[in-house]
Write a protein that binds this ligand. Structure first.
Ligand SMILES: *Cc1c(COP(=O)(O)O)cnc(C)c1O
Length: 386
């Protein structure tokens, strides 16, 4: 058998490799520590429950929360569904209005559409060319009927950071709950629930080097808000999320959070260095390149470039040795132009010529040099053939 070389992985917003340190802590929970964490009569159950409880504390520690404020879920998609639908249903009919942004992840936007079909009103705030909502527009949109504001912390397509501190203050002043989808942000930038007026926050394990199919929802204790459960059963997770937890997945998320907290400074320096290197190589050798979204309010590990005249499809055909994406892994079933790039004002042609480059913990300087080289060569080749 011939050994095939793996392509260079530059799609860290779609998912991240499992950190080997995470896998090590998960393994015993697949084998000898196989107990049901909800079985309270014997050692097998206690052992599994101890793993789950430590994981809950590790998730809470990363965000300055209490462990009783963490609900385990199957991922950020489920957390977003519980936060949006569960909270909206719990406040209905006193409140019947939701505010979100046009650039949210599809699971937030689709949850909002589902709520609209159930009779809720939804305001979809536009964003400016930087990809950021206007705070005065948010303030103006809030009414006495508003149940919830849901604005993501870090955009998965263009890497821009909304001002969640200011958004939280606006919501708190109006006594409206604030939910943020922090799937891309947690573990990468500091997020301290003690200093932010965030009431609900969605977390995904596989974006921070943990296992797929795992996530969490932070729900602030004080003031007490409590979403309606979306499904019924044994009443696990304080009645909000019935079903037997997977201790191995919980432990994986917990370790991923612990490592992300410990290594945040190191990861951030590494990723910033690589991001700046890649950007300067590309910008230095090519004309007609634009970074989509805010230049300042962004996470450096997510670069979304518009290359004039170079369709992403043609570029991907040239770059078979690099794993890149156009932005949203979740929208690949329906080849519509990115709703995020159109919201920041790009036209169809410009969107077709945009790609996302994701850099992460395991990316090396050699990979960045090679990727820059191949991207530049391919773009020059495609442009020469036009
Ligand atoms: C990946 C992602 C999700 C979905 O998370 P899953 O854990 O895969 O369900 C939701 N929101 C954002 C911003 C994401 O990046």
């Amino acid at each position: 058998m011939t050994k095939t070389k793996h392509p260079i992985y530059l799609d860290y917003q779609a998912t991240t490799p499992l950190d080997p340190r995470v896998l090590d802590t998960m393994m015993p929970y697949f084998t000898e520590k196989f107990g049901n964490p909800h079985a309270t009569n014997h050692r097998f159950g206690w052992e599994a429950e101890a793993g789950v409880q430590l994981a809950r504390e590790q998730v809470a520690n990363l965000i300055g929360a209490g462990s009783e404020e963490i609900i385990f879920t199957s991922g950020a998609t489920e957390s977003n569904n519980i936060a949006l639908k569960g909270l909206a249903y719990s406040l209905y009919p006193d409140k019947n209005h939701i505010i979100t942004a046009m650039t949210e992840h599809s699971c937030v936007l689709e949850s909002c559409k589902s709520l609209e079909r159930s009779g809720f009103k939804v305001t979809y705030l536009p964003v400016d060319a930087d990809g950021l909502i206007r705070l005065d527009e948010l303030t103006d949109a809030i009414t006495a009927k508003t149940a919830l504001v849901s604005i993501m912390t870090l955009n998965n397509e263009i890497g821009v950071l909304q001002d969640v501190k200011a958004i939280g203050e606006i919501c708190a002043a109006s006594q409206v709950a604030f939910h943020t989808d922090a799937a891309q942000a947690i573990g990468k930038i500091p997020l301290d629930m003690a200093n932010l007026n965030i009431d609900l926050m969605s977390i995904s394990s596989h974006k921070i080097y943990g296992p797929k199919g795992m996530g969490a929802l932070y729900i602030r204790n004080n003031p007490a808000i409590w979403p309606l459960a979306l499904f019924d059963g044994g009443g696990q997770e304080r009645g909000l999320r019935s079903g037997t937890l997977s201790p191995a997945l919980c432990v994986g998320l917990g370790t991923a959070c612990k490592i992300s907290g410990q290594d945040m400074g190191k990861d951030s320096d590494h990723i910033t260095m690589l991001s700046e290197k890649l950007t300067s190589l590309i910008m230095g050798k090519l004309t007609g390149v634009h970074l989509n979204g805010s230049k300042e309010k962004r996470y450096p590990g997510n670069l979304n470039f518009f290359f004039e005249g170079v369709k992403a499809d043609s570029l991907f055909r040239e770059l078979r040795n690099i794993a890149l994406s156009t932005g949203s892994a979740c929208a690949t079933e329906k080849p519509e132009p990115s709703h995020v790039l159109s919201a920041i004002g790009l036209n169809k042609k410009q969107i077709e010529c945009s790609i996302r480059i994701g850099i992460g913990r395991m990316t090396t300087i050699v990979e960045i040099d090679q990727a820059a080289d191949q991207i530049i060569t391919s773009i020059l080749k495609i442009r020469a053939s036009l």
